[in-house]
Design a protein around this ligand. Structure first.
Ligand code: AMP
Length: 249
């Protein structure tokens, strides 16, 4: 069984994002980048399936600038076998990513495609669903448990007010939720080994995919600054301020 995992290069979740002074985009200059956390969970799940003897090959794919190789290498250090970089400097929308992934699926014929439920930069939560729509593969989104048996995958999904379990025929698309697993850290020997694992580079053009954006970003701005709070001496002062300054009671 072959598993394809889509990994996105995003701003590290510990970094406070800044807008460019002209408000055109998020400023990525000298900012620490990392694998999108939900994609890391997807890699971990694929590697666990390989360790259980269910998967035979784990291929990771990233679409983005040349530096996305770093995130592919990290996924190889976590246990994936092979990487594919679809290199482009274009601004990517979920539909463009889904089309690139569809082209890779046509070529690689994976049994399961694992994606994060969302990328923490754009918060789109669209790519897995769009890939399902254009590939015709069944989808199990927001997976918190994944089991493979008898040519199918059972996905337990976190839905409002409970859990829903779906059985999907293969090939299938699964997007990962936070509680699916806790990713391992890459060990130094595995980081070294990852350097010699195969990585192919292609481009949207070579795959016949037009990634021209359909939407235009008008403005990127940081959240409004909150004013500093004040300390009050006692409840009486608090009530006085709420009544006479804030006028909320
Ligand atoms: P999104 O729909 O943008 O929130 O992204 C959901 C998931 O789609 C991510 O967690 C990745 O698994 C995948 N994905 C999105 N953009 C890319 C990309 N540029 N390269 C590889 N995978 C991506």
């Amino acid at each position: 069984m072959k598993i394809l995992v889509a990994v996105k290069r995003v701003i590290d979740y510990n970094v406070k994002a800044r807008a460019k002074p002209d408000g055109s985009a998020v400023d990525l200059a000298n900012v620490k980048m990392a694998i999108n956390p939900f994609c890391e969970i997807a890699v971990e799940e694929a590697v666990r399936l390989k360790e259980k003897g269910i998967a035979t090959e784990v291929v990771t794919v990233s679409i983005g600038p040349q530096q996305s190789q770093e995130q592919l290498r990290t996924s190889l250090a976590l246990g994936a076998d092979r990487g594919i970089l679809i290199q482009t400097d274009a601004e990517l929308e979920p539909l463009a990513v889904a089309k690139c992934l569809k082209a890779v699926c046509d070529k690689e014929q994976p049994d399961i495609v694992l994606l994060g439920k969302q990328a923490i930069d754009g918060d789109n939560n669209q790519t897995g669903q769009m890939l399902a729509a254009i590939s015709g593969y069944p989808q199990g989104t927001f997976a918190s448990v994944l089991e493979v048996a008898d040519g199918a995958v059972e996905v337990t999904r976190e839905v409002d007010g409970g859990l829903q379990t779906l059985k999907l025929n293969l090939p299938a698309i699964v997007t990962t939720d936070l509680r699916l697993n806790e990713p391992r850290y890459a060990s130094l020997p595995n980081i070294m080994k990852a350097k010699s694992k195969p990585m192919d580079t292609t481009s949207p053009d070579e795959l016949g995919v037009d990634v021209t954006p359909r939407t235009k970003v008008l403005k990127v701005a940081p959240p409004a600054q909150r004013e500093a709070g004040v300390k009050v001496a006692d409840v009486a002062e608090l009530l006085d301020k709420l009544k006479n300054e804030a006028k909320v009671i």
